[in-house]
Design a protein around this ligand. Sequence first.
Ligand code: IMP
Ligand code: MG
Length: 174
Amino acid sequence: MKYEHSVEVMITKDEIAKKVKELGAKITEDFKDRDVLLIGVLKGSFIFMADLVRAIDLPIKMDFISAKSYFGTTSSGVVDIKLDTHLEFAGKTIMLVEDILDTGKTLSVLKQMLLTRGAADVKIVTFLDKPARRTVDIKSDYCCYTIEDRFVVGYGLDYNEQYRNLDFVGEVIL
Ligand code: IMP
Ligand code: MG
């Protein structure tokens, strides 16, 4: 199929499958005998979430949220929830699942919001981590790959809403 940009493969479909299985096994081990509630942030997390939940061998519950964040001159932002979860999570540990941790602003606002609403703890689970661009003090508790400061697409990640359906991760050549 003809795409608008060329995309240079960085992580193949097979490598991703292996890594996500390993991450699911680690979460299974770390959370055995505990309630696991995963909340994915749409849209970027949808493919990672689908693979990750099938790699976790625990009686989990899952949901998705969709949010738009606004930031002024300070790093603390305001989040507008477009789609909310109705699962009961007071007193529970939530695993907040995202495609990538970049500046960290979005996830830190969402984490704070879930804690304010009564979650006992919020673990950050991201498919990718781009620490070079972090502006907020937040880290992934679980992550598949740490990458350099490149703009990547595929496996749920988009450039102008395109390329989410690629089954590999690649750098967009702009
Ligand atoms: P931040 O951590 O609040 O800066 O924002 C993270 C969001 O920015 C992610 O959920 C992605 O939607 C988007 N993003 C950051 N880096 C990339 C990238 O390399 N490719 C595609 N989307 C990205
Ligand atoms: Mg995005």
